[in-house]
Ligand binder design. Structure first.
Ligand code: DHB
Ligand code: FE
Length: 287
C-alpha cells in the first residue's frame, strides 16, 4: 500500500511568482519568506515523494460564481498551469496520477461526499506556486499530482469540520491505494488575509498562531469553528486555511512538526509554512 510521507502546508500569494521570475529571493522584502523553504527542500530530499495530493482553491480559473463545486477532484493525465489575471509567468504543466485520482474519488463517494470529478482541469497559482517553492530546480516537476479544490469563493462555504472529514477520507484512500508510492499531502493558501471590502488588508497573527499550533497538536479544535467564524478570525480569504485542515486530517494520529515559518506580510497575506510527519512512520528518520 502507498505511504503518506507527511504534509506541507504553504501560502500561495501570486506575487511569489513574480519574485521567482525576477530572482528577488534575497531582496529584504522577500528573504524572510524564501528563507523558510531550504529546510523543506532537505526534508523532501529525505522522504522522496513520488506523488502529491494537493488541497487548494480554484480562484475563478475553472469554476466561477455561476457553477462552483464545493469539492472537486482532478482525474486528468496532466494539468496545464494558467494565470487567471495576476500577470505572472505560466509554469510547467503538472503530470497527474489518474489511478490514484479515481481511487480517491471512489473512496470519497463511498464516504458520501458528493464531489465533482474533473477529467480536465487547469491549475492556478494556488497549486503551481507551492510546487515552485518546494521544487525550485529545472526540468519536469518531480511529483505527479492529484488536485483537490475546496470552494472558498462562493458562500455557503463548506465547514471546517467537513473539510477535516474530507481530508480523513482522502487519507484513508491514499493509504489503501495498491502502490508502493510515497505520497506527500499538501494544503495551500492562507493564512489570514482579506483582499477586498472594508477589512482589506486584515491580518490576525494570534489566530494564525492558534491554527499553526492546533494543526500540529489538536486538529479537532479547528473543527469547532464555523466557516463564518473563520471569515471573522482570518479574513474572507483566510478561509483558505481549510485546505491546511484537510491536509492535516489526511494524517491521523500524532504528528511531529518538522519545520515552520511565518512572515507578515507578503502582499496582503500572512505567509505561513508548516511541515509535518507522522511520528510512527517517519521516513526521514530511517533515511
Ligand atoms: C493574495 C493572496 C492570495 O491567497 C491570493 O489567492 C491572491 C492574492 C495576495 O495577498 O495578494
Ligand atoms: Fe488564494
Amino acid at each position: 500500500m502507498a505511504t503518506i510521507v507527511g504534509s506541507v502546508m504553504t501560502s500561495h500569494v501570486p506575487a511569489i511568482g513574480g519574485a521567482i521570475a525576477k530572482g528577488r529571493q534575497a531582496d529584504p522584502y522577500w528573504k524572510p519568506f524564501f528563507d523558510g523553504y531550504p529546510p523543506v527542500h532537505s526534508w523532501l530530499g529525505r522522504v522522496k515523494p513520488d506523488v502529491a495530493v494537493v488541497f487548494f482553491q480554484d480562484h475563478g480559473l475553472n469554476f466561477f460564481l455561476d457553477k462552483l463545486p464545493t469539492f472537486a477532484v482532478g482525474a486528468a493525465a496532466e494539468y496545464p498551469n494558467a494565470d487567471e489575471g495576476w500577470g505572472i509567468p505560466t509554469l510547467k504543466t503538472v503530470r497527474g496520477q489518474p489511478d490514484l485520482s479515481w481511487h480517491i474519488i471512489e473512496g470519497l463517494v463511498a464516504d458520501e461526499f458528493d464531489i465533482t470529478s474533473c477529467q480536465e482541469m487547469k491549475i492556478d497559482h494556488a497549486l503551481s506556486l507551492p510546487l515552485a517553492l518546494l521544487w525550485p530546480g529545472g526540468g519536469e516537476w518531480p511529483v505527479r499530482v492529484v488536485p483537490i479544490t475546496i470552494n472558498h469563493v462562493q458562500h455557503p462555504l463548506p465547514s471546517p469540520k467537513r473539510c477535516h472529514k474530507l481530508g480523513e477520507s482522502v487519507g484513508r484512500a491514499i493509504r489503501s491505494w495498491k502502490s508502493d508510492a510515497r505520497v506527500l499531502v499538501m494544503g495551500t493558501g492562507g493564512l489570514s488575509h482579506q483582499l477586498d471590502g472594508e477589512r482589506a488588508g486584515f491580518i490576525n497573527k494570534s489566530f494564525d498562531m492558534l491554527c499553526m499550533d492546533a494543526l500540529v497538536n489538536d486538529p479537532l479544535k479547528l473543527t469547532r469553528y464555523s466557516a463564518m467564524d473563520i471569515v471573522r478570525e482570518a479574513g474572507a480569504q483566510g478561509t483558505e486555511v481549510m485546505a491546511w485542515m484537510a491536509a492535516r486530517a489526511a494524517m491521523p494520529g500524532p504528528v511531529r512538526k518538522v519545520h515552520s515559518n511565518y512572515h507578515i506580510p507578503i502582499s496582503n497575506t500572512a505567509a505561513g509554512l508548516l511541515v509535518l510527519e507522522n511520528e510512527e512512520t517517519a521516513l526521514s528518520k530511517a533515511a
